[in-house]
Design a protein around this ligand. Structure first.
Ligand SMILES: Nc1ncnc2c1ncn2[C@@H]1O[C@H](COP(=O)(O)OP(=O)(O)O)[C@@H](O)[C@H]1O
Ligand SMILES: [Mg+2]
Length: 341
């Protein structure tokens, strides 16, 4: 077996398919605390033997939309190949193939949200930089651009005039410094938050877990909650009186109508783990604009949860994965085994 082959264990385990070793430790630590066996399938630089069946067990995709910014441009295709292989073999995958297609396309996210009647920002998809300028002509400034295959704020820029966009449109063309990996740039209505924060609601096992407000007063569009992405000057620092960049929103609960509707949306789409972002406006709109099918939970929010006697998201996920593994591979936990069923 080549050293690049995907690792397999004899015992039923959760196989975590992902593209960033820097994000994985909080999850593997939480699985270790519960004694759940886990194996990492890290893309790229691996192979699958098409003559072989995938191992038994549970699979969990934590593939992200931004992998191409870290490794090679084709990770999306590698992810598709692995998830197709698993689907064809009938394996149980948390956030599987169809969910990944949503993760890598803001067009699809927008369509699903709009189709279920959520308030979404007016959006056009431009195929090419000239088309981008033309599409923008139909929008009143300010408007923003973003990459269709986004994540971590890729291509997200605010423009206060059409001329401003025209001056930099070439950057979005293939080979340009701001080229989207799939060639598609969205042009979108800028939604002004009533207060300078956006909200990200986290769902685990399709159920609301907690919502976090993210301070956007620093003007950054890069909102990755991991430590590595904390934005200097946006309130992340230790100075007295500063608003933390990420803080739990106690006023958003499972009983909040928007949250209940989002749970229904996730259930319909088969998304088990997600972080969904929305903006509340001064005139009462709740505009939903981003569905993330993985989250790097903010460490300070997570430790505050623990201090408050609540279950941190990583532990909730580990529990969910453990329960789902027991369902997917019952012989591993039931002494009676499958023959008794
Ligand atoms: N239509 C919008 N109006 C105002 N701000 C926006 C809008 N869309 C995105 N943003 C800001 O930019 C950030 C990144 O955009 P988002 O669509 O979430 O892309 P990504 O997938 O890269 O996170 C958001 O969290 C928000 O702060
Ligand atoms: Mg986002």
């Amino acid at each position: 077996m080549s050293s690049h082959a995907l690792p397999v264990t004899g015992d039923p385990a959760v196989y975590i398919i992902h593209d960033n070793p820097e994000w994985i430790a909080p999850f593997t630590d939480a699985l270790d605390r519960l004694g759940v066996a886990h194996v990492e399938w890290l893309l790229p630089e691996t192979t699958i033997d098409l003559a072989a069946e995938p191992p038994e067990g549970l699979f969990w995709s934590r593939l992200s939309a931004s992998a191409h910014t870290r490794t090679d441009p084709h990770v999306k295709e590698y992810g598709r190949a692995v998830l197709d292989w698993l689907a064809a073999a009938g394996r149980r995958v948390i956030n599987g193939r169809d969910v990944y297609e949503l993760e890598v396309s803001k067009i699809r996210q927008h369509r699903e949200l709009a189709g279920q009647g959520f308030d979404v920002p007016r959006t056009a998809a431009a195929f090419g930089s000239r088309a981008l300028v033309e599409a923008a002509a139909g929008f009143t400034p300010p408007f923003i651009t973003k990459h269709n295959q986004g994540g971590k704020g890729l291509g997200v820029r605010r423009f206060d005039s059409h001329a401003e966009l025209e001056a930099v449109a070439d950057e979005f063309a293939p080979g340009g410094t701001n080229a989207p990996i799939d060639g598609i740039t969205l042009i979108q209505e800028y939604v002004q938050p009533a207060q300078p924060f956006i909200t990200r609601a986290e769902f685990i096992g399709g159920r609301f877990h907690y919502a976090v407000r993210v301070d956007v007063s620093g003007g950054s569009f890069e909102l990755c909650p991991a430590d590595a992405c904390e934005v200097p000057g946006a309130g992340a620092g230790p100075n007295v009186g500063e608003v933390p960049q990420f803080a739990r929103r106690n006023d958003v609960t499972a009983a909040t109508p928007l949250i209940a509707r989002l749970e229904t949306l996730l259930s319909g789409l088969g998304i088990e783990i997600a972080g969904i972002e929305f903006i509340e406006t001064a005139d009462g709109r709740q505009v939903v604009y981003d569905i993330n099918t993985n989250t790097n939970y903010n460490p300070s929010v997570e430790s505050a949860e623990l201090s408050a006697g609540r279950q941190p998201a990583v532990d909730r996920i580990a529990q969910y994965v453990s329960d789902t593994l027991a369902e997917a591979a019952p012989q591993s936990v039931s002494p009676a085994g499958p023959a008794a069923r």
